[in-house]
Design a protein around this ligand. Structure first.
Ligand code: AHR
Length: 823
């Protein structure tokens, strides 16, 4: 209803444009600004006489180029627009200043534009003859718009086309203002507002089943979430595989020696690759010493944090290249060089050998370093140098950092999505995440560039992800690329690159087989080819995989559609019991959203992954977003969402906006089956994306206010939704929309859970009609999170209350309250 109201309001506000005496037809000029190389997209101006031109909106782009990397490559150069016999508008533009690759899109009305396709040359766009395109291109002319000479095409069109453009731009402006509302203006917006009173009358007879999987987590190796984060390995660049290409050659210090240095004098440290431990891991270090005492030191990820009395498993692959075979001393040293722990490994032989020892820290230190003490006049090769705390989460070998993993487990997630995000589909074809590269012995895994600008060891690989899910009782939700890399991929020297560089069709069978093999690896018996590898890794029982995502917010181009369909059909045919999750672009509307849904509906895809990062007020004004969804259509997995304020904090305001949305998701839990906030983790000083749910450094963890909202929903989930009627003392939409609630029941424990959000600057007094539940003497826990909207370090407070105290309950200004009622 609220969306319809919004459209109605906009129609009333903008129904008539400023043109008093509307002409039958006018001229439109379509162009892209030369000044910003078309980054603001396809613009329009109109004129009655071709002399006086009126820009539609102030630089409002009706189509924006979605080709290539953000910023540098999303250009729209010399677009030309034409209308053809197929009753469609066609728009073609160049992607760069060479007369090479072009983009194409079409529209019925100049308002809704189809997903874009990209071609290596104008000739490759076979839809039109070269003569036709040249003829249309030649209609470009120069016009002065707002003082700047712009190149574009003039067309005569009926006035209603222009009025449609104007309305679209005005509606967009209206929405930006509405969704731009923040609590900063609350004092003015709600001046004189009286405390709100509302009466809520639950209707248990109307209870409906909702998903019991709603609250989950999204894990992506962004912000150093994996290496240097959740993955408990303490040695940075343990395999000497860091490469300048990880950072696209922007950092000369980022190479195979990164994080390593020599102590003492006279030693040589080189990188070799002629006789590696494993071909997937080609680099190793060669250390040649002279007379004195020398060592090779690893600085860890911003230092190594050790705790007095704790045990650390050290291992390395080593080979003597000099015939001298002497034991190696291994030490942990503090900032001043003081020894914190010492041990040794036996003398290396002439062949690669993995040697192990245990270091016990004598002192606690945050900035320790690991030193391998070298023997004088020796030459040794080392690789896969590793140091793990024995206290990993659930004491798993090659395990996870205990405190970080526990903070995820405390969210009580019903599923874990991995390995991303953009990491799943990668920056270009070579960067697609292939699960097979991430299983098996660590030295045989294939490390690779992380598109967020660092390095992935793949030490935290598919086995570890599945193991973690099992350890915390969450369903595993792997997401594989749909045969295409991210649409924001760079060209990487490819003539076309971007998403268009999809896996060549004649290689798709092999890729599809990889996806099928993943399901066999997870669910097949230990006798199957891939199930036997899982068993060999220590897990003979199947992992019980039920869900798989194909694609990550991709452009729904022809290249995508073709490949997605092939993968979808193959998985569905071989594994009909697996729920396949399709994708619907990175926004809550637009061509990828609409066409993603159309494709999924046509193919009968059971669930669709939606993503949106939006301002808090979007959540306030879109509480009915899912109320309109077809209950017989595909289910929704809201795979990525978060409230973003301009300076990107994670504060009480964003957290309460997310809470409002979560109450709406619970109400729509019959259609929205899963939801995961994104991103999950961020390391201090290595954060590429804000806000995140959990911030950490090597020794501490900061759970954000948004974290507690996720946790309260995760810990207080239900599988039945109980509708309610509400009466308000103030019917102003801006007031009503800032108060939200949901009532759910756990059908197993019979507990009733009531969640209430108040995003107003005044208290809301809520009368709850509890009589329909017939509680006699229930146990009730009340949890409240409250504060100033800009506060960041808030924690929820719990109290025990009795039934009479909740018949009327005061919701503090800017607060979230949960009542958990045990009959
Ligand atoms: O969550 C961060 C990024 O946002 C994800 O990698 C991507 O899917 C989305 O654009």
């Amino acid at each position: 209803m609220k969306r319809i109201f919004l459209l109605f309001l906009a129609a009333v506000l903008f129904g008539s444009t400023c043109v008093a005496d509307e002409p039958d037809s006018v001229y439109i000029f379509s162009y892209a600004r030369a000044q910003d190389e078309g980054r603001s997209g396809l613009l329009f101006a109109w004129s009655r006489d071709q002399q006086n031109w009126h820009p539609v909106g102030n630089g409002f782009g009706f189509v924006k180029s979605d080709y290539g990397r953000w910023g540098s490559e999303k250009r729209m150069i010399r677009p030309f627009l034409f209308y053809d016999a197929d009753d469609l508008w066609h728009c073609i533009w160049n992607l760069d200043n060479k007369e090479g690759a072009v983009a194409y899109t079409s529209s019925k009305d100049l308002l809704y534009w189809m997903p874009q396709s990209y071609f290596i040359s104008q000739k490759a766009l076979k839809r039109f003859t070269p003569e036709k395109m040249n003829a249309e291109r030649s209609r470009q002319q120069q016009i002065v718009i707002a003082g700047a000479a712009e190149t574009g095409v003039i067309k005569k069109v009926p006035w209603n086309i222009v009025s449609g453009l104007i309305k679209k731009e005005q509606l967009s402006g209206y929405r930006s203002r509405l969704w731009g509302e923040t609590t900063k203006e609350d004092a003015r917006r709600f001046a004189g507002l009286k405390p709100l009173k509302l009466v809520i009358s639950p209707e248990p007879a109307g209870a409906k089943k909702i998903s019991n999987l709603l609250m989950g987590v999204f894990f992506e190796d962004i912000n150093y979430a994996a290496d240097g984060g959740l993955y408990a390995e303490l040695i940075q660049n343990r395999d000497f595989e860091y490469a300048p290409s990880d950072k696209e050659n922007r950092d000369p210090a980022w190479n195979s020696k990164k994080a390593w240095s020599l102590s003492g004098n006279g030693a040589e440290f080189t990188i070799d690759s002629v006789h590696p431990v494993h071909p997937n891991n080609k680099n190793y270090a060669v250390l040649k010493t002279a007379g004195g005492q020398t060592g090779v030191i690893n600085e860890g990820f911003d230092g190594i944090a050790v705790t007095a009395g704790e045990r650390y498993d050290f291992s390395l692959f080593v080979r003597s290249m000099s015939g001298k075979k002497k034991a190696l001393a291994i030490r942990l040293i503090g900032r001043q060089g003081e020894e914190l722990a010492a041990a040794s490994v036996k003398e290396p032989t002439g062949e690669w050998q993995q040697l192990r020892t245990v270091l016990i820290a004598r002192k606690t230190a945050a900035g320790a370093r690991l030193e391998i003490v070298l023997q004088p006049e020796s030459v040794i090769a080392i690789d896969m140098v590793s140091l793990f705390p024995q206290k990993t989460f659930r004491a798993r070998k090659n395990g996870l950092r205990a405190d970080l993993a526990a903070s995820i487990a405390d969210l009580h997630p019903r599923f874990v999505r991995f390995p991303g995000g953009c990491v799943a589909h990668g920056d270009g074809l070579e960067n697609i995440y292939h699960w097979k590269n991430t299983i098996g012995p660590l030295e045989a895994r294939k490390p690779q560039r992380n598109l967020w600008g660092y390095h992935q060891t793949a030490g935290l690989g598919y086995f570890e992800y599945f193991q973690f899910c099992e350890d915390i009782g969450a369903a595993p939700l792997p997401v594989v690329a749909a045969g295409v890399p991210c649409q924001n991929s760079a060209r990487h020297g490819h003539p076309l690159g971007g998403q268009q560089g999809g896996i060549p069709l004649d290689e798709m069978d092999r890729y599809i087989q990889d996806v099928l093999d993943l399901i066999e690896w997870a669910n097949g018996s230990a006798q199957t080819k891939w199930g036997s590898l899982r068993a060999a890794a220590g897990h003979p029982e199947p992992f019980n995989l039920k869900y798989i995502g194909i694609g990550n917010e991709d452009l729904i181009s022809e290249v995508f559609t073709e490949r997605f369909t092939l993968i979808y059909k193959a998985v569905k045919e071989k594994y009909p019991a697996i729920t396949i999750i399709g994708t619907a672009g990175p926004f809550f509307e637009g061509a990828d959203y609409t066409e993603g849904w159309k494709l999924a509906t046509k193919l009968g895809v059971p669930m669709i992954d939606e993503h949106y990062y939006v301002p808090p007020a979007w959540f306030i004004y879109n509480q009915d977003f899912y109320d309109k969804y077809d209950r017989a259509g595909p289910r929704v997995y809201l795979g990525e969402y978060a409230a973003h304020l301009p300076d990107r904090p994670n504060n009480l305001e964003t957290a309460l906006a997310e809470a409002i949305h979560l109450t709406a998701l619970e109400r729509n839990g019959d259609v929205v089956h899963m939801a995961s906030y994104a991103p999950l983790l961020a390391k201090e000083n290595h954060t590429q994306w804000n806000p995140d749910l959990i911030y950490f450094n090597n020794t501490t963890i900061k759970r954000t206010t948004g974290y507690y909202i996720q946790q309260l929903f995760g810990q207080n989930a239900g599988d039945e939704y109980i509708p309610a009627k509400a009466m308000y003392s103030d019917n102003n939409e801006k007031v009503k929309n800032r108060v939200a609630w949901s009532i759910v029941r756990n059908s197993h424990t019979k507990e009733l859970i009531i969640k209430m959000v108040n995003l107003l600057p005044v208290p809301a007094t809520l009368s709850l009609d509890m009589d329909s539940f017939r509680f006699s003497n229930p146990t009730i826990i009340k949890t409240v999170l409250k504060g100033r909207p800009d506060e960041k370090d808030l924690v929820p407070v719990q109290t025990a209350v009795v039934i009479n105290e909740i018949r009327t309950i005061e919701l503090a200004p800017y607060s979230f309250t949960v009542l958990r009622i045990k009959p």
